[in-house]
Design a protein around this ligand. Structure first.
Ligand SMILES: Cc1ncc(COP(=O)(O)O)c(C=O)c1O
Length: 409
């Protein structure tokens, strides 16, 4: 059989989907699995989306322009003006097949193989997959749960910059930690990018899920860093429309957009019908966002309160996105997560969480952490907390797990 490319062999498995066979087996046994592992909101996609898609679903399902429909780019620019408070024009926006494709395009047009990309870890695991795919070297900067995943001081960040550094990528608010980097942090990073003439790429797909402010502060506010900053955006999370596959690259750096457009032309077009639906979503009133935020903030409070009452669980002071990265009193959270699915249930239920180490590049980091997504109703979250509380007790009393040997790295 022909061998795969080195890159093909290096691509990591998703830390979230790895445990799926165990979850399926638990379901086969009649156990209800409470999914705290997925990044998909459970609230219905707003009705306007379906109305428009139904209305447009006739005749020929044609390609759209490679850069996306002008009407969508204009609607997105209006959303930026009205909701985010930044002046962005349609020509600063390229429509992509989700934020995922936006990341792939940006990596391809900004980095040569061997260039270095600085990532704050823990990070969204697919960044690593996309970077490996393009031959980009990852330089992780670890943030710590004990410090609420705070941005390290600028002097320390400077130490990671080498002649091969081409960019820094952060997610804000952060998947997986639920951390929110304030305006001052972003300014530090934007100035750093300008000083070293590198790209600052900010993935803002969770912008609305920011419970300490009206909306997450966008790096696009820093006009003086326009040539250096690129925003990755998406309708997936804020409109609970992950399956629509509509995202965007937003930047005032026209060179980046022009190069990305050439890639966009090669893949022909983003989804046609869903772009029409996205226009309707981007025109939703402020009250939609407020309700969304209220729902998720209530869930966060319920979850935090529950987790804080479990002995040994460390809950950071995070309050954004819809994730919490917490530390558990276990040696290896992956083993514990698998055990919960394979060998434990409480009142007919178990929970599925994402083991923390899959979100770190540095070996051994995050080994006793898990990412919890609060994409379930409050009642289910309370049940999940009870499963976890009893699961941790049961796990602790099984001495073979106390003596568990960690796999060597
Ligand atoms: C931080 C982050 N960026 C990008 C994506 C991908 O978004 P999309 O569905 O728009 O491709 C996700 C999806 O979970 C995400 O969490």
């Amino acid at each position: 059989m022909p061998t795969l490319s080195q890159r093909g062999q290096q691509l990591p498995a998703s830390p979230i989907r790895k445990l799926m066979p165990y979850a399926n087996a638990a379901k086969q046994k009649g156990i209800e699995v409470l999914h705290l592992n997925i990044g998909q909101p459970d609230i219905p996609t707003p009705e306007v989306f379906w109305e428009v898609v139904r209305e447009k679903a006739q005749g020929v399902l044609a390609y759209s322009p490679s850069e996306g429909f002008l009407e969508l780019r204009q609607a997105w620019a209006t959303y930026y003006k009205e909701h985010v408070g930044v002046a962005i024009e349609a020509e600063n926006i390229l429509i992509t097949t989700g934020a995922s494709e936006a990341l792939q395009f940006v990596f391809a047009v900004c980095f040569n193989p061997g260039d270095e990309l600085i990532l704050l870890e823990p990070f969204y695991a697919n960044y690593l997959t996309f970077a490996i795919e393009k031959g980009i070297e990852i330089v992780p900067i670890t943030t710590y749960i004990e410090e609420d995943f705070a941005l390290p001081p600028v002097e320390s960040l400077e130490n990671y910059i080498t002649p091969r550094t081409k960019g820094i990528l952060i997610c804000n608010p952060v998947n997986p930690t639920g951390k929110y980097y304030h305006c001052e942090d972003l300014q530090t990073l934007a100035e750093l990018a300008q000083r070293h003439d590198i790209f600052l790429i900010v993935d803002e797909v969770y912008r609305e899920f920011c419970y300490s402010e009206r909306i997450g502060y966008s790096v696009l506010h820093f006009k003086e860093a326009s040539e250096h900053t690129i925003v990755i955006d998406s309708i997936s999370k804020r409109f609970s429309s992950c399956g629509a596959r509509i995202g965007a690259i937003v930047t005032r750096n026209q060179q980046v957009l022009e190069a990305a457009l050439r890639m966009a032309q090669a893949r022909l077009s983003p989804p046609t019908l869903e772009q029409w639906g996205a226009i309707a979503l981007l025109q939703l009133p402020q009250s939609y966002y407020q309700e969304l935020k209220n729902t998720f903030e209530r869930r966060l409070n319920t979850l935090k309160q529950g987790l804080q009452s479990i002995p040994g669980v460390v809950v950071p002071n995070s309050n954004a996105a819809f994730y919490l990265m917490v530390q558990l009193p276990v040696k290896d959270s992956e083993h514990f997560c698998q055990w919960l699915l394979e060998s434990f249930s409480y009142q007919g239920k178990t929970v599925m969480m994402a083991p923390g180490k899959g979100f770190y590049f540095s070996p051994r980091s995050g080994i006793n952490e898990v990412r919890i997504a609060y994409v379930l109703k409050e009642e289910k979250l309370q049940q999940a907390v009870e499963v976890l509380r009893h699961g941790l007790q049961a796990y602790k009393t099984q001495t073979q797990y106390q003596n568990l040997q960690l796999p060597s790295v």
